[in-house]
Design a protein around this ligand. Structure first.
Ligand code: AMP
Length: 447
């Protein structure tokens, strides 16, 4: 969507003010389906807030640079600062420097940003800061204080991992509620432990909600990530039910992120957020800045050979090859393996547990090849991917940006090579207008 349209549909809101004290501080009204608090689960947990003495914040020094925001500028809890320090972050990324002043002041946010921009840390920092600043007197099992909903298991797992790293020095308890795995384990953990942050995919969370295994009426902080993907994947009805189980929108803080804003997402965003502020990070500037993009005109029959040749070159590190269909990825992975290249497969037809093991293997090896579909590839947040290949030109230009955003992450440079055969060439025009710049094609190199 053109920025103009986005801005018209979301007219810019009032300036960031001081936090409205009674908005979020208001006591959430009791939910109707309130859980009978059984003995087993009612043991109140004393939330210990003692800072860890061994770390001296003075060791986290970052030079002030004009135009850059440091995390020091936000007056964050020392335990969060220590997590940030351990992660090696120095300056806030654009989405962080734009959104944190808004969200830390208690306002809702609608963020147009995609993966690779640092949006996960942006919303997690606020969630954690809020949870650490106010401590309810009593806590109970089954009642998270923060809920992050994401469309895919891979993304949810990645968010939970980021939360555990960022919150390493806090005693905030993070857990995932995900379909396809560990049903009993998740149920037991929710029922028996005090959980602060739940990161969930919609299906399993709704199941647990219906069975009264989880209660969302104590949710102070709600994050909806990749709202556009939720829409694509048909999760909106589930999500609506989930959100209805949380406190009313003026009694919780909501952060909603989406890479794109189709009309339905705009409408939903408005109904789920309270006086939201908007932050927009343009995809081109994020995804393409550090990615050298090449478009090779090539015959379909030549793709394998050329791909294998490039994959065998010495400068190859970790590579992801995207194709448009599951069967294409499966067949391609097999063919590459027959050519002596050790290719892993990540698509919806691979069982969930195997997908996670594959991702782990991919992360651990310095040189590795992964063949993936768009949906499976969305959740891949692995640094150090040197090359992304588009075996097919994606049907949807947004997918192109998502795909190439797997490389060029965390300050590194990356190369994206897109194969375009004679049938795909017509799709270049769409992509050009989406990216807003001219695409220069070249004939695929023979050597
Ligand atoms: P995300 O868009 O949340 O998937 O984050 C993309 C990557 O950027 C992740 O590997 C983060 O660990 C990393 N990252 C997030 N914030 C920063 C920062 N301020 N400085 C450096 N790296 C960051």
């Amino acid at each position: 969507m053109p920025i103009g349209l986005f801005k018209r549909l979301f007219p810019s809101k009032e300036k960031v003010e001081a936090p409205t004290p009674n908005k979020k501080a208001a006591k959430p009204k009791p939910a109707e389906n309130k859980k009978p608090k059984s003995k087993a689960s009612t043991a109140p947990k004393a939330v210990t807030k003692a800072p860890q003495p061994k770390w001296d914040p003075a060791q986290f020094t970052v030079a002030a640079v004009e135009g850059k925001t440091r995390f020091h500028d936000f007056k964050l809890d020392e335990r969060i600062m220590r997590g940030i320090y351990d992660l090696g972050f120095e300056y806030a990324s654009p989405i962080q420097s734009e959104s944190l002043p808004i969200t830390l002041a208690g306002h809702d946010i609608i963020g147009k940003a995609q993966t690779g921009t640092g949006k996960t840390a942006a919303f997690l920092i606020t969630v954690m800061q809020k949870l650490l600043t106010s401590t309810p007197q009593e806590r109970f099992a089954s009642e998270p204080r923060a809920l992050v909903v994401a469309p895919t298991r891979e993304l949810a797992l990645q968010i939970a991992q980021d939360a555990r790293e960022l919150g390493k020095h806090t005693d905030l308890h993070v857990m995932t509620v995900l379909g396809g795995m560990d049903y009993d384990k998740q149920r037991t953990e929710l029922s028996n432990k005090v959980v602060d942050i739940v990161v969930a995919t919609p299906g399993r969370l709704l199941d647990f909600l219906n069975q009264k295994i989880v209660f969302l009426d104590q949710v102070e902080m709600l994050v909806i990530d990749e709202a556009d993907r939720m829409l694509d994947m048909g999760f909106i009805p589930d999500l609506k039910r989930i959100i209805r189980a949380t406190p009313e929108k003026n009694l919780r803080q909501t952060q909603l992120f989406s890479a794109t804003y189709p009309y339905d997402v705009i409408e939903l965003s408005e109904s789920w957020t309270y006086k939201p502020h908007q932050v927009e990070i343009e995809p081109e500037s994020v995804a393409t800045e550090r990615v050298d993009q090449k478009f090779y005109i090539i015959q379909e029959t030549e793709k394998d050979k050329t791909l294998a040749r490039i994959l065998k070159s010495p400068e190859m590190g970790r590579a992801i090859i995207f194709a448009n269909r599951r069967d294409t990825t499966r067949d391609l992975a097999q063919r590459l393996n027959r050519m002596g290249l050790n290719a892993m497969l990540l698509s919806g037809e691979v069982a969930q547990n195997k997908r996670m093991a594959t991702l782990e293997r991919f992360k651990k090896q310095e040189k590795a090849i992964l063949v993936a579909t768009d949906v499976a590839g969305r959740g891949i947040h692995v640094d150090g991917i040197s090359h992304v290949f588009n075996y097919n030109l994606p049907d949807d230009p947004e997918d192109y940006v998502h795909r190439i955003g797997r490389t060029g992450r965390a300050g590194a440079n990356g190369i994206a090579i897109t194969f375009v055969d004679e049938f795909e060439a017509y799709g270049l025009m769409d992509l050009e207008s989406y990216l807003g710049n001219k695409i220069v094609t070249e004939v695929a190199p023979e050597e």
